[in-house]
Design a protein around this ligand. Sequence first.
Ligand code: S3P
Length: 164
Amino acid sequence: MRNIFLIGFMGSGKSTISAYMAKTYGMKMIELDEEIVHYEGMSIPEIFDCKGEAYFREMESKLLKEYATQENQIISCGGGVVLREQNIKVMKETGKVVLLTAEPETILNRVKDDDNRPLLRGNMNVAYIQELLDKRRMLYEEAADIVVKTDHKDVKDICKEILE
Ligand code: S3P
């Protein structure tokens, strides 16, 4: 089987879904952000602070490209992976792209206690999430092969939907 790439805004449930799918269907799970943290030896906020977002995006593209050469993986991507066209091309060429969506209120609820997301620092509110989501919406939708809504749904049902 080729790869499944999970994309979507921060807090759309990518990590939870990929962990469940990997365990249930015997796929290898790759959490791209974690790979970047491991590679750099720094947390995501530290990378943004010390090296800048552009550097982070370079690392994101580099590791995505490397992992995409392997198969049978469920790859959970950072919410900004769609910002670069080259990333979308890599994902489309090497697997299926699944977009997970959630309402801004749901997203806020899921991310509000986590300070590991530099883009939401000082902006932990529905209005800002909605604004950033609107800016990215087209990119997410154009990159996706399938779209799955995650609000008020069970992990099991979301995974079933993806596989179907
Ligand atoms: C980002 C999302 C984060 C992480 C980084 C940037 C984004 O990943 O890659 O903070 O631009 O949306 P998650 O979507 O896993 O939170």
